[in-house]
Design a protein. Structure first.
Length: 261
């Protein structure tokens, strides 16, 4: 005889969060916005971090309460922004698994990566060109190539194929670090975990949590991923979400530039 679940358990399950692909995209975009606000408006526009050396900024924070307060808000916004990292990694894997045209998917990502680079440099470094780093779209393009490589060996047994998978992941990490792409290390690792453990939900979420802890708060997005319903949701035009990245970088970067000058 199977015992019934307690009433409290049934009530909690009734109100369980149901996440679709559309919900995850909205959640990811909303949290990403806080990271850009931190880097552009607060740090570049209000604190003017480019005017300080690392030591000078530390001294300013110690002696100026206003700068300390702004720095605190910048840190809080960064922590909120980190929530987007596992979500976009997860969505990238979902897109790779379900795409009918990998080449178009990769070219779309590379195209928006190129479009986003000047807005990214403006928002992050208050410059039209900065060699200090590349935007996250380049990271996602590297991850797509890595996922394609992993798929070549995913169904094969044997030590040499496992070693081949490890080499593919290490190569993606190396390229991300060489190009100094945003969030490259954690995003590459998360994409590898979400893909290789795609059919093992519990392991996927737990290992993903362990990797996400690199950015501390991003671990909390695991709850949203755990409640992913496997449904795409109503998405009228997926390119709106791609375009949001360069548009919000350009807008906030321009505002920050005007504030600083």
């Amino acid at each position: 005889m199977v015992s019934e679940k307690p009433p409290l358990f049934r009530r909690l399950r009734k109100y369980r969060l149901q996440m679709t692909g559309r919900n995850l995209k909205i959640y990811g975009c909303a949290t990403m916005l806080f990271y850009t606000l931190s880097m552009s408006i607060v740090e570049n526009g209000l604190i003017h971090v480019n005017a300080y050396t690392a030591e000078g900024l530390s001294q300013a924070m110690a002696t100026d309460g206003h700068i300390m307060l702004l720095s605190t808000w910048a840190t809080i916004f960064r922590l909120i922004g980190a929530l987007a990292i596992p979500v976009f990694a997860f969505l990238l894997v979902e897109g790779f698994v379900h795409t009918g045209n990998f080449k178009r998917y990769l070219l779309t990502m590379l195209g928006f990566a190129l479009i986003s680079e000047i807005p990214y440099d403006l928002a992050m470094d208050d410059a039209l060109f900065s060699p200090s780093g590349q935007n996250a779209m380049f990271t996602y393009a590297i991850c797509l190539v890595m996922l394609y490589g992993l798929r070549l060996f995913v169904d094969r047994k044997g030590l040499r194929f496992r070693l081949a998978q490890i080499c593919v992941v290490l190569a993606a990490i190396l390229w991300g670090e060489l190009l100094q792409c945003a969030f490259s290390l954690v995003t590459v690792l998360l994409c590898a975990v979400y893909y290789l453990l795609y059919d093992r939900k519990s392991q996927r979420v737990l290992v993903g949590c362990a990797v996400s802890i690199i950015y501390v708060t991003s671990i909390f997005s695991s709850y949203a991923l755990w409640n992913y319903a496997g449904e795409r949701g109503i998405i009228k035009n997926k390119y709106i979400y791609y375009a949001l990245y360069p548009v919000h970088l350009l807008l906030l970067g321009t505002i920050a530039h005007l504030m600083a000058h």
